[in-house]
Write a protein that binds this ligand. Structure first.
Ligand code: SF4
Ligand code: SF4
Length: 145
């Protein structure tokens, strides 16, 4: 009885595998890879631009009640529907969104694939009669020069 591939089988058994050894050996994502979103609420101004450019509607903004402190803003990026197109990051005027090189996004609960952050948006004080008059006088003075 002949075993035509026995030699090859033996050779392959003792040689290194030709495939990647992931997840045993972690691989770095290439530069420019569009992976898990990172959101920095410290930089966000709640302009809503990211929401407008996100075609799958993966971004939501929840606004809380206004009070003396300001208004609570909560942003959520749902990676379950995100296509990692990077439009939100490209259009964010404050650089608050980044697509990281983190490619492993395995979860058993879909809530684990939601990136969120919140901040208090300061509300500018309402102009008083005095401040309006001062601003008007300033404009008139600069116009008469
Ligand atoms: S990467 Fe694209 S799909 Fe994902 S949240 Fe940003 S705009 Fe939406
Ligand atoms: S993350 Fe950027 S684009 Fe989105 S609301 Fe904040 S500042 Fe605007």
């Amino acid at each position: 009885m002949k075993f035509p591939y026995a030699g090859n089988a033996l050779k392959d058994f003792f040689s290194k595998p030709s495939t990647e050894r992931y997840p045993k050996v972690k691989k770095e994502a290439p530069k420019g890879y569009r992976g898990k979103i990172s959101y920095d609420p410290e930089k966000c101004i709640a302009c809503g631009m990211c929401i407008r450019v996100c075609s799958p509607g993966a971004i939501t903004m929840t606004k809380g009640e206004k009070n003396d402190e300001g208004q609570l803003i909560e942003m959520k990026f749902n990676l379950n529907s995100c296509t990692f197109c990077q439009m939100c990051a490209d259009f964010c005027p404050r650089g608050a969104i980044k697509l990281t090189t983190q490619y492993s996004m395995i979860a058993t609960d879909k809530n684990e694939l939601v990136v969120s952050g919140s901040f208090i948006k300061k509300i500018p004080p309402k102009p008083t009669v005095k401040t309006v008059q001062q601003s008007k006088a300033k404009t008139e003075a600069s116009g008469s020069k």
